[in-house]
Design a protein around this ligand. Structure first.
Ligand SMILES: [Zn+2]
Length: 64
């Protein structure tokens, strides 16, 4: 099991979301909860069925 810091480093280094339990990249997006400064994204691992959430933080704004 990757701990949260190990998981974040792995995802940033490889540019792909993986399961912290089995390290499979076969993860499916679930529900998203959007707040003022955070987004919580749920994931389900299709390999081992582990469920987990990613926590994302507000970075900046830009013109679209
Ligand atoms: Zn898994």
């Amino acid at each position: 099991m990757l701990d949260p810091d190990e998981w974040k480093a792995r995802v940033i280094a490889e540019g792909v979301t993986c399961c912290p339990a089995c390290e499979s990249t076969e993860v499916t997006l679930g529900a998203t909860a959007i707040g003022v400064m955070t987004i919580h994204q749920e994931y389900v691992c299709e390999h081992c069925l582990h469920t987990f959430s990613g926590l994302f933080a507000l970075v900046t704004w830009y013109t679209t």
